[in-house]
Design a protein around this ligand. Structure first.
Ligand code: 13P
Length: 248
């Protein structure tokens, strides 16, 4: 049976007290559910340590973004290494909101990806196309460029895990989810590209974009998908627990 991943990206939706309260609530309720999946939550940087403490034993936490230099005069940034030292195992890299709202280029995403690897965390590299790119039949082209840029000339550390989240930009935060069979088609393409670019590395591929309790099981059942990266529906105990229960 494949390993299942349930990841929740809280983005900038919750204040500190709300984050801690949600984490406390989740810990109580998740312990009773005895979930078999690997669960990770990506809270805001300011609440990460407190959330980590609350979720101890049920879920790990990770950053939504990192900076690639380890230490130095970079006001306002937090490095991948610092997150590692704070006990994080996973880190999101190249989320569509970073790429499109903050105009992060493939080259910057590459530096962050490498920094996460160097810090010995598992990168969760987010890739996906916009609706105009999909309409122009450029899905594979866009995703291949995102993957190629992240991996080009990279000496892959033997035995390291790699997670790719397929998050079509048009499905993120819109309520319009990608058809599971189409997400599976793209996941298979991602799987093939990664294997070719990284000499046989087999990534874990997740789907993200308007995942809810009524569609999560369909994504998880697809052969090339091993779970989901959820935004909005992970920020309330009720909706997150419904998602967890739906795949249990
Ligand atoms: P939504 O689940 O809110 O569409 O967000 C998905 C996402 O961006 C997860 O990283």
């Amino acid at each position: 049976m494949k390993k299942l991943y349930l990841f929740g990206n809280w983005k900038m939706y919750l204040g500190h007290e709300e984050s801690v309260a949600l984490a406390r609530d989740l810990k109580k309720q998740l312990s009773a559910l005895s979930v078999k999946a690997t669960m990770a939550i990506f809270p805001s940087a300011i609440s990460l340590l407190a959330v980590k403490e609350e979720l101890d034993g049920v879920a790990s936490v990770g950053p939504q973004n990192v900076y690639w230099v380890e230490k130095g005069g970079y006001t306002g940034e937090i490095s991948a290494m610092m997150y590692r030292q704070a006990g994080c195992q996973f880190a999101l890299v190249g989320h569509s909101e970073r790429r499109h709202v903050f105009k992060e280029s493939n080259a910057e995403v590459r530096q962050k990806f490498e920094a996460v690897l160097n810090a010995e965390m598992t990168p969760v590299l987010c890739v996906g196309e916009t609706m105009p790119e999909r309409k122009d039949d450029r899905v594979e082209e866009v995703i291949e460029a995102q993957l190629r840029s992240a991996f080009m000339d990279l000496a892959w550390p033997k035995g390291r895990s790699l997670i790719i989240a397929y998050e079509p930009v048009w499905a993120v935060g819109t309520g319009e989810s990608c058809d599971p069979s189409e997400a599976e088609r793209v996941a298979a393409v991602i799987y093939k590209f990664v294997g070719a670019l990284l000499d046989g590395v087999e990534p874990t591929v997740l789907y993200g974009g308007s995942v809810r309790s009524d569609n999560v099981a369909k994504y998880c059942a697809e052969p090339h998908l091993s779970g989901v990266l959820v935004g909005g529906a992970s920020t309330k105990a009720s909706t997150w627990l419904e998602i967890v229960s739906a795949v249990k």
